[in-house]
Design a protein around this ligand. Structure first.
Ligand code: FES
Ligand SMILES: [Fe+2]
Length: 416
């Protein structure tokens, strides 16, 4: 079967004039474009986040996940080697692994009991020789030609990535040096998973990809941020885009809010926002770079956030053109003491499905989905901070990283 091409869409997509500062609403609701994304992006020359290395720490560990809509299973074999394969039986295509996590000696499909080794090779076929000399597989049946389809796999700082394409560059080149360095800042110590959950959001996956790159909305939509001075646009901070512009880092330095200090001196005692549990925000300095809040993305669907002392990996999985499952993996470090771990768990309440800060993101993207899906020929206007996608280390009043996402998206999709 020939892969769909951009030009073979039944109605070709002409990107609006205005380039990356415009986004045609059609890309959020068009089933053909969604199908093309599966081919061009998720099965294309990119690295997809699969799971945490902690999920598959021991020999025999098995973790199911997704690459776009394709079910995938990650395993660690008895020699300690990691493998990633399509979680789809070579017989009739049933899911082979059904649990999110388990420990197994081999993988057996429940339908007709075909059995695979942890590296995906077909080991045995039930009734291969039939019964009493009757039935069974033909003479020319060759088990070595029927295995679970493998992905290339690579790890970085406790994150496991996979790719379907032989053309994908090495993982660290894909990330680029500034992105790799910042991931190493946050995740480059032995990690401990503190908890996980997921939520279904009723919007196209790209609206969430935009949302986490959108530093403009953070202090407007999320009033908890500004009310309790966790993140404001007048704090020092900036945006760094990767070379290809499709990954980004947004960072804030809460401690350097000089204007806030001056305001509090002048207006001392007149007004104070107070939490009943102020200890929620009593963070300790984790690093010596002054950064107290950061969000980093890796194209297409990985996010790492560090808000005060709350560290988490998020990833999102398309579940249809207008539905996305968003996963949260809350993390601490192995070296944390009990008080630090307690603080990380408590500050986990800032984010997540019901988070004090990120609750609103669960619905705002749906508002865009509902507002746009009936008007495919209209377009979004994203010129805050300029019309191009460039790093800006002096202001976060910009949509530069959103434009960066569309720059990468258009290139890989062939939408010029
Ligand atoms: S579908 Fe898996 S053994 Fe038949
Ligand atoms: Fe948000």
């Amino acid at each position: 079967m020939n892969p769909t091409t951009a030009s073979s869409l039944s109605e070709p997509l002409a990107w609006p004039e205005g380039g990356v500062a415009r986004v045609p609403f059609r890309v959020f609701s068009d089933a053909e474009i969604y199908a093309l994304e599966q081919e061009r992006i998720f099965r294309g020359p990119i690295w997809n986040f699969l799971c945490m290395e902690a999920d598959v720490a021991r020999p025999g560990d098995v973790r199911t996940t997704w690459v776009g809509e394709t079910p995938v299973v990650v395993t660690r074999d008895q020699d300690g080697k990691l493998h990633a394969m399509v979680n789809r039986c070579a017989h009739k295509g049933a899911l082979v692994c059904l649990k999110q996590k388990e420990n197994r000696e081999s993988l057996t499909c429940v339908y007709h009991a075909w059995n695979y080794s942890l590296d995906g090779k077909l080991q045995s076929v039930a009734f291969r020789n039939g019964l009493k000399g009757k039935g069974g597989m033909p003479e020319d049946f060759d088990p070595s030609k029927h295995r679970l389809q493998p992905l290339r796999v690579a790890t970085f700082c406790g994150l496991v990535f996979g790719t379907f394409s032989e053309e994908t560059e090495p993982l660290e080149d894909y990330l680029g040096a500034p992105m790799a360095k910042f991931i190493a800042r946050n995740l480059g110590r032995p990690l401990k998973v503190l908890g996980v959950h997921s939520q279904m959001i009723h919007n196209n996956w790209k609206l969430y990809a935009e949302n986490v790159r959108d530093s403009y909305h953070a202090t407007l939509l999320h009033t908890f941020y500004t009310t309790f001075k966790v993140n404001r646009l007048d704090m020092d901070g900036g945006i760094i885009l990767s070379d290809k512009k499709w990954h980004h880092i947004s960072y804030t330095k809460r401690a350097t809010l000089q204007a806030e200090k001056e305001y509090e001196t002048v207006h001392a005692g007149q007004y104070q926002s107070q939490l009943a549990g102020p200890e929620l925000l009593r963070a300790w300095d984790e690093f010596d770079d002054g950064i107290t809040h950061s969000i980093q993305t890796v194209f297409p669907t990985l996010v790492v956030h560090f808000t005060l002392n709350s560290l988490a990996v998020r990833y999102f999985v398309p579940r249809g053109v207008d539905k996305t499952e968003l996963y949260w993996v809350f993390l601490g470090y192995e070296r944390d003491d009990a008080a630090q771990q307690r603080m990380r768990v408590m500050q986990g309440n800032l984010t997540g499905a019901a988070g004090l800060v990120s609750l609103e993101d669960g619905c705002i993207n749906e508002f865009v989905q509902r507002g746009t899906h009936g008007s495919p020929d209209e377009e979004a206007f994203i010129e805050m901070g300029g019309k191009v996608a460039e790093s800006n280390e002096s202001s976060r009043a910009t949509e530069a990283s959103v434009r960066g996402f569309w720059h990468g998206y258009r290139n890989i999709m062939g939408f010029n």
